[in-house]
Write a protein that binds this ligand. Structure first.
Ligand code: HEC
Ligand code: HEC
Ligand code: HEC
Ligand code: HEC
Ligand code: HEC
Length: 412
């Protein structure tokens, strides 16, 4: 039932069986293992490389930990890692990776069988032990409602990126750049340090959907391909450079006003006949925004002499990739996203007052609110556990918008 791997130039992409179309966005799931397999094809696997199976999803169970290890060293819970790596735990906790086993996801999983749930969990709670924990919690739920989902609730946690067979993998040592296996007498048997942790391809397992799922030539999430074509890739600026500066585990993105501001340059120009708002993507290593779920709107309006909005004077420009499912087939309605270096412009004629206001609105979860959750809420029984979670996710999605760059421009 699983379509076998397709070979692409730099990627071996395994297609995943298409799960039900409830997610509404990425109806099928995939993973790209490619880069690592390709790197190693024909080359003997050097000791300081990531094993080729590292990102082969679904991940295999970790198995038995060495008997001599303490309970903390054996544990897969992020809180246990945090006993020794407290800075990483504190940072990760604030990130969306920690929240990946979210109400919007679980509300959907409750309507899926174990196989379809497992497919979603490959990116949202990737450890085999998390899949087991979720299925155990599902069986328990009738007797103990609200008891949580054990390790699954940790979402995209430390182990999913750092552990295989209980062995720790990490980037080259910070101070020395050393690679290879460290001292085996250190806690958890030391660590295998490999350069792949510093490469953009490390993120592709979950942030690059396969070309075979393309809509109008582009998969719904095409971030690695966008990055490869960007000036950032040419200058060696990786996903980690922007999303994990100083190796911080924060992964700020479209939900964070400061992060979004850091990637854009707004310009406000008072021309003879009009006022202009130009927005340029200057420090983003992929399309702005990269996913199909956010919506961005450049807005402007005329102000009257008293500084109040002139009725019906509002103008706007939408920055978004709009996709839609028509009779089960995905189509692209439009794609006005900004590629690195590209600009968009909004213009408004001067009103009598000579004053115009501009601003930028960001709706990080627009598609979920407008399409996914509203459809689910129509389909699900209102008092079901799934409907309650989706309603909660919808409230969060509705509330996540924010405004940037609000500016009043005066006619010269
Ligand atoms: C008992 C304390 C302890 C626990 C618990 C622990 N670690 Fe470590 N960890 C260490 C020490 C000490 C080192 C340095 C090892 C070395 O230099 O050989 C280390 C190194 C690492 C490194 C490499 C960092 C570097 O110095 O290059 C990673 C990645 C890592 N641990 C991940 C984890 C994860 C993930 C967990 C939880 C599943 C975890 N550790 C649990 C003590 C711990
Ligand atoms: C095991 C899968 C997986 C891997 C590997 C992974 N991510 Fe993610 N990432 C996710 C998921 C799932 C989410 C969405 C979490 C949520 O909100 O449910 C996410 C969210 C994010 C976000 C936040 C997006 C927002 O909406 O604000 C950023 C930024 C991000 N990831 C960057 C990275 C980078 C950089 C890497 C590589 C170092 C990486 N991710 C590796 C699965 C992964
Ligand atoms: C190939 C990896 C991958 C798979 C498989 C996957 N997702 Fe996601 N999902 C992501 C990433 C990455 C994001 C965040 C995207 C971004 O911000 O750019 C995300 C975001 C989401 C979100 C919005 C954030 C949140 O957690 O509320 C929901 C809901 C979601 N996914 C549900 C699902 C469901 C349901 C499935 C299975 C049908 C699924 N996902 C399978 C990678 C994946
Ligand atoms: C989405 C994948 C991902 C998750 C989840 C994740 N890490 Fe990491 N971690 C990385 C990457 C990638 C690097 C290397 C970043 C770089 O080199 O810029 C790293 C680096 C590290 C380092 C080395 C830091 C240094 O200064 O040398 C430690 C220690 C570590 N992680 C521990 C953890 C712990 C503990 C957790 C959970 C609380 C965790 N990681 C969760 C991907 C992840
Ligand atoms: C030059 C800096 C830079 C690089 C390189 C970069 N990003 Fe981003 N990324 C940003 C900024 C700034 C944002 C916030 C604006 C936005 O959403 O595009 C962002 C947003 C995101 C988001 C939020 C969702 C969305 O729709 O925009 C995800 C997920 C993400 N990046 C993943 C990645 C991955 C994976 C890579 C590597 C393949 C990467 N980024 C490379 C700067 C960068």
């Amino acid at each position: 039932m699983i379509p076998r791997s397709l070979k692409l130039c730099d990627a071996t992409i395994l297609d995943k069986p298409s799960s039900r179309n409830l997610m509404g966005v990425s109806r099928t799931h995939l993973r790209v293992i490619g880069f690592l397999l390709c790197l190693s094809s024909g080359i003997a696997l050097a000791e300081e490389r990531l094993p080729t199976h590292f990102w082969r999803q679904p991940l295999a169970p970790q198995g038995e930990a060495p008997r001599t290890w303490s309970t903390e060293e054996r544990s897969l819970a992020p809180e246990s890692c945090g006993g020794c790596h407290s800075d990483k735990l504190e940072e990760w906790r604030t990130s969306f990776h920690a929240k990946a086993f979210s109400p919007g996801l679980v509300g959907q999983l409750l309507t899926y069988d174990a196989g379809d749930s497992a497919a979603c969990m490959e990116c949202h709670a990737p450890l085999a032990e998390q899949r087991q924990a979720f299925e155990a919690a599902r069986r328990r739920a009738e007797t103990e409602p609200g008891a949580g989902h054990g390790l699954a609730d940790a979402g995209n946690s430390c182990g999913g990126c750092h552990l295989r067979g209980h062995r720790r993998f990490g980037p080259p040592q910070r101070e020395t750049g050393a690679v290879g296996q460290s001292d085996a007498s250190a806690p958890h048997g030391g660590v295998m340090r490999v350069p792949e942790f510093e490469k953009s391809e490390f993120c592709a397992a979950c942030h690059q959907f396969p070309q075979s799922q393309a809509i109008n030539g582009k998969p719904l999430e095409n971030t690695l391909v966008e990055w490869k074509q960007s000036p950032a890739a040419r200058s060696g600026t990786t996903c980690q450079s922007c999303h994990m500066p100083e190796r911080k585990h924060l992964w700020r993105g479209i939900h964070d006003p400061d992060m979004v501001r850091s990637g854009l340059t707004p310009e406000f120009v008072a021309e003879h006949a009009t006022a202009r708002f130009r927005l340029t993507s200057t420090r983003i290593g992929h399309a702005f925004p990269t996913y199909v779920t956010p919506k961005v709107m450049m807005k402007g309006l005329a102000l009257d002499e008293a500084g109040e909005p002139v009725p019906r004077s509002e103008v706007s420009h939408v920055i978004q990739r709009q996709v839609e499912s028509v009779d089960g087939d995905w189509i692209e309605r439009s794609d006005t996203r900004l590629l690195p270096g590209q600009s968009a412009m909004l213009e408004i004629a001067w009103p009598k007052s000579g004053r115009v206001k501009f601003w930028l609105e960001i709706y990080p979860d627009d598609f979920y609110h407008q399409h996914v959750y509203s459809n689910l809420l129509r389909e699900l029984a209102a008092d079901s556990a799934a409907a309650k979670l989706i309603a909660e996710a919808d409230r969060t999605a509705q509330g996540s918008h924010f405004t940037l760059f609000e500016t009043t421009v005066q006619r010269p």
